[in-house]
Structures are given as structure tokens and as C-alpha cells.
Design a protein around this ligand. Structure first.
Ligand SMILES: [Ca+2]
Length: 571
């Protein structure tokens, strides 16, 4: 029941390990709670899964059944978390579970795994599989690997298969954030894989502020970057925790500047600086945001904050786990972060039960609503072996997965979240990019109209947690973060506003990585990161111009050329 928001968003996305850790802690806490509170429902669900036999009642060709059944092979990445999940589900295994059974019963597709492995070993084996050409029927690969398979002639064109077999629901969901997720999967005009789409809109930034400190210091919500700077100063210098000691900082940031929480990119957006994105300039050419002059001004502001003791002097040695601990210890009261930042800042309530937080919209220098940068998050693709006679089978799996979770015959509490994030049992795990925003919108409407009957299963489960929080009993802490994210003035109310104001800035380069990108991008990333950190720590701002020059020389010029070739051919 819980996993959907957390599970749906987080575990679909590759993230730094520390973020995973936070997420898992939250997940486990909530799962345990859910089990305690809903053991009856859970048992019922599990029994029904064991006993239910599904037949095929669908008319769509994309949900038709193979008779006799076919076998479809994959390879599978496992993890301790996935094993832990399976241990919680009696009678189910990775090979034989509620998803494998319904795929077999409804579609006549029997799923096999050629091999399974964890983490780095999985990556190594996958890489060997791609380079040696020994691939299963369906393989999930990066866009680079997709090029290799396509160039080697090992996979098939799925253009017609997708058009013919994808159900309207599938097309609607896979294209929810536009067709850009298909760009890197399209080679010479042919769709060579189905994108494993991830939500980009979930990357929107908010300012998370400790409101009990704001009240203590009589500070108003920020309207401009100047207000943010003033709050940072006040949180550092005016003893917001009233302990008589100079022991607090203004803004939480980690040694990795691009984390989804406690990063600098939301702050920089206020200066119209987009250090992670390719953007379109005034002459309709692509330029890399990380080298634009606007970045300079934002780095200068951070340098000033550092100099004035508003950033931890040791931030460049501290990862997310350590900075999260500083928040828990009541040393910092402001961070930029994604919608689930509530679950990070909640840790401060252990030490100070009256600690309170709220998400605010990011702000600009002028006070005009700033653009909110969104990096494209789709990075994996399902390719199909040239030898498979039923290439549409992968589309059918995706169709049924979406249908049983978000379609008219959805059984969300059985197939997405039975209190446990059971969606992970399937080899394909598509989801609507805007599902969390949609859940908020349903809750918002119900709060307005008083009609709670129209909530989907996801919104219902969130509402239960919010009610738990509002009821104020011993379990209220379980609902705190949910209220901060999905409640009346929660983070999603701001996302709704961002969208209505046309503030969302989607990444403009969405093609497969170019030749020089593949070769040079990690060197350029490191160069950028080091230059930014050094400037924040006090090096001359003139070093920025030197960095830009070096960036161009080390491959940036070539990459810019290649990115523009793609852009002018495709957009
Ligand atoms: Ca203090």
C-alpha cells in the first residue's frame, strides 16, 4: 500500500546509494506499520493471489493470448531488497509469483530468466552479454548498449509492433511526458526498443524550510533569491534553535552537488542557471547549461554563503547520509530537494518534536516565477532479439502490467502494492510518469468537493496516512511526511502550480548519447564538479572562464556540435 509513491518513484530510478538507504528506511518503516495496521487485508490479499485463476477477458489484440503458450527469456538484476521482498511473500519466488502467473494465465507468456545477478556483477554480465551477442529474447539495456546491439544486427525493429499492439492506455502512459523518451530508442527512424520510461516531473525542486525556526525569527516565506539569502543568514546567525550557541548553518548541501535532495540545482535555477541540462538558446541552438554565464553569479552567491559560515565548512567531505544526520541533529533548517524531501527532514522531529517543515516554490532573483529544470530520466530500453518470432510479446507484458495497475480491470492492491511493493516481481515495471501528481489532484478535488469515492487506490492509501497524521494519535508520525507532500499545502500543490504557470523546463537534448559524449562525458562531469566546488570554497570566480575553455577543449566543443546535429535533424 505504501510502496506505490515511494516505490513507484524511487526504486524505478537509479540513484546514489545513500538516497536508496533513506528510501529503504522509509519504505521498511511504512511497510511494518502497514503490516501492523492492516494484517487482515494483507492476508486476504495474499490468499486471493494464491487462489485466483485469471482468464483472458480482453478484446484488444495487445492483450490477446498465445495458445499454446510461448516462453520468453530475460536476464534479471536482483538485489538484497528484492530478495527481502520475496521472503515476505509466502509461496512466491522470482520465477513463480503473482505477476508470472497472470502473464501465463492471461497472455500465455511464460517468463524465464537465463541468468540472475546482483549489482556490479549484473552490470558486468550484461555488458558481456551485449558485446558477445549472447542475448535473451528481451534485454533491458542502456542507450549505448542499444546502439551496439542495433549495429550488430542482433535486435529487431519494433515500430510496427508498437503501433499495432500497444493499447491506448499503454501509449497514453508511455507518452505522458511527450515522445522524447522514444528519441534514444529510435535509430535511423526505426523504433529499436521500448523505453523503460521514468518520470522526469518528479525531479522538480522545492525549498524545504523549517517553519518553527521561521516563526521563531519572524521570517516570511521567500519570494526572491534575496529572501533565501536572508533566511540562510538568519538561520546561521540568529540562533534559530535558541540554545545560545553558534551551531547552525543556513543551507544543507552535500559533496555531490546534483543529489535529488540537498543539492544546489534548485538554488541555481533561481539565477536562470541549469547546470545539468542542455537548453535551447535565443538562436534555437542547443547549449550546455553548465557553462553559461548565469552559473557564475549563482556560484558567487554560494561562495559568499560559504565565506559567511552559512554552509558547513566541511560540506565538500560530506555525503548525503552525513548531511541528513545534520538535519536530524537540528543543525540545518533549509534545503532544496524533490517532493519526498519531507521523508528526509522528518528525521529532525526525533530530537525536537516541535520541529516543523514545509515545501515552498523555488524563487528567482527578480521574484518572477523561475523555470524549474527537469532532466530526462529515462535511461533504459527493452530490446528484442532478432530471433524471437513473437516480438510483440514484450508489448503485451507492458500492456497487462499497466492494465492491472491503472486500467479498468486494475487490482492495484494485489499487483502494485499489497502493503509490499510487489510490482517489482515483474520483469517489466512501467508506470504513469504523473501518477503521484495525479494522486495529489484527486486528493485535492476530494478535499474541495467532499466526495471521497472517486479516489483511485493510490490516492486512497495516501489519504489513510494523512488521516492518521491528522488524527494525532500515536501513529501520527507515519503520516507526517505524506501530509507535507500530498496535503493541502504540500509539495505537490506547488508542482501543480509550476505546471499551471508553465514553469517546467524539460531537457532539450533527448537523443542517444553522441560518440564524443560516450567517450568524454564523465571527464567533463568531473571537471565541472571540481570547478564548481573550488569556486564555492573560495577560488577566484575567474576560474569559471578557465573551466569553460577547458570544457570546450576536452570534448565539449565536439559534443555541442553533435548535440546540435541531432537537434536540428530531429526537432
Ligand atoms: Ca544555536
Amino acid at each position: 500500500m505504501i510502496s506505490l509513491c515511494l516505490g513507484g518513484v524511487f526504486l524505478h530510478i537509479a540513484m546514489k546509494n545513500w538516497v536508496k538507504l533513506i528510501v529503504l528506511t522509509v519504505l521498511l518503516t511504512l511497510v511494518v506499520t502497514a503490516c501492523e495496521n492492516e494484517s487482515n487485508t494483507l492476508n486476504n490479499n495474499d490468499e486471493s493471489v494464491e487462489q485466483n485463476e485469471y482468464s483472458n477477458d480482453y478484446d484488444e489484440i495487445g492483450l490477446s493470448k498465445y495458445e499454446p503458450s510461448i516462453e520468453l527469456s530475460f536476464v534479471r538484476e536482483t538485489s538484497d531488497e528484492l530478495e527481502g521482498l520475496i521472503n515476505l511473500l509466502p509461496g512466491e519466488s522470482l520465477e513463480d509469483n503473482r505477476w508470472s502467473r497472470i502473464y501465463e494465465q492471461v497472455l500465455g507468456i511464460s517468463i524465464n530468466y537465463d541468468w540472475k545477478a546482483k549489482g556490479d556483477l549484473y552490470k558486468q554480465k550484461l555488458s558481456f552479454s551485449v558485446s558477445s551477442g549472447q542475448i535473451p529474447d528481451v534485454i533491458k539495456v542502456s542507450s549505448e548498449q542499444l546502439r551496439i546491439l542495433s549495429n550488430a544486427g542482433l535486435i529487431q525493429d519494433l515500430t510496427e509492433v508498437y503501433n499495432k499492439y500497444a493499447t491506448p492506455l499503454t501509449k497514453d502512459i508511455l507518452e505522458q511526458e511527450g515522445r522524447s523518451t522514444f528519441d534514444a530508442a529510435t535509430i535511423d527512424g526505426k523504433l529499436m526498443a521500448i523505453p523503460d520510461t521514468n518520470s522526469s516531473i518528479e525531479g522538480a525542486m522545492y525549498i524545504w524550510l523549517r517553519t518553527d525556526w521561521m516563526e521563531q525569527l519572524r521570517l516570511q516565506p521567500p519570494q526572491t533569491i534575496n529572501d533565501v539569502l536572508e533566511i540562510s543568514r538568519a538561520f546561521t546567525e540568529m540562533d534559530p534553535d535558541q540554545n545560545g550557541q553558534d551551531d547552525t548553518f543556513g543551507l544543507a548541501i552535500t559533496n555531490y552537488l546534483w543529489d535529488p535532495v540537498m543539492s544546489i540545482k534548485g538554488f541555481m535555477a533561481g539565477f536562470e542557471a541549469y547546470p545539468e541540462l542542455w537548453i535551447v538558446d535565443d538562436s534555437n541552438n542547443l547549449v550546455f547549461g553548465g557553462i553559461q554565464p548565469e552559473v557564475k553569479e549563482s556560484l558567487l552567491a554560494l561562495q559568499q554563503m560559504y565565506k559567511n559560515g552559512q554552509l558547513d565548512p566541511e560540506f565538500s567531505f560530506k555525503n548525503g547520509g552525513k548531511v541528513k544526520q545534520q538535519i536530524a541533529d537540528g543543525k540545518v533548517g533549509m534545503m532544496y530537494g524533490e517532493q519526498w524531501g519531507s521523508f528526509v527532514v522528518q528525521s529532525s522531529k526525533t530530537l525536537a518534536s516541535d520541529a516543523d517543515w514545509k515545501a515552498y516554490p523555488i524563487v528567482s532573483l527578480t521574484g518572477n516565477p523561475p523555470k524549474v529544470p527537469l532532466k530526462l530520466r529515462t535511461y533504459q530500453y527493452f530490446a528484442v532479439s532478432k530471433d524471437l518470432e513473437q516480438p510483440e510479446a514484450i508489448i503485451k507484458l507492458i500492456n497487462l502490467h499497466l492494465e492491472k495497475n491503472w486500467g479498468e480491470t486494475a487490482e492495484y492492491n494485489t499487483f502494485y502494492s499489497s502493503s509490499y511493493p510487489v510490482w517489482q516481481l515483474s520483469p517489466v515495471t512501467p508506470y504513469p510518469a504523473q501518477k503521484n501528481l495525479e494522486a495529489y489532484r484527486q486528493l485535492d478535488e476530494a478535499r474541495e468537493t467532499g466526495n471521497w469515492n472517486l479516489l483511485n487506490a493510490e490516492a486512497q492509501s495516501i489519504q489513510k496516512l494523512i488521516e492518521q497524521f491528522q488524527a494525532g494519535g500515536t501513529d501520527k508520525s507515519h503520516g507526517w511526511g505524506w501530509d507535507k507532500t500530498y496535503g493541502v499545502n504540500g509539495a505537490f500543490s506547488i508542482l501543480d502550480q509550476y505546471e499551471a504557470n508553465d514553469q517546467l523546463l524539460y531537457e532539450a537534448f533527448t537523443g542517444a548519447p553522441t560518440e564524443t559524449m560516450i567517450e568524454r562525458i564523465s571527464i567533463l562531469h568531473d571537471l565541472q564538479h571540481e570547478s564548481y566546488i573550488n569556486i564555492i570554497l573560495g577560488n577566484s570566480i575567474n576560474e569559471f572562464d578557465q573551466f569553460v575553455e577547458t570544457w570546450y577543449e576536452l570534448g565539449g566543443a565536439e559534443i555541442t556540435k553533435e548535440a546540435n546535429e541531432w537537434y536540428h535533424q530531429n526537432k
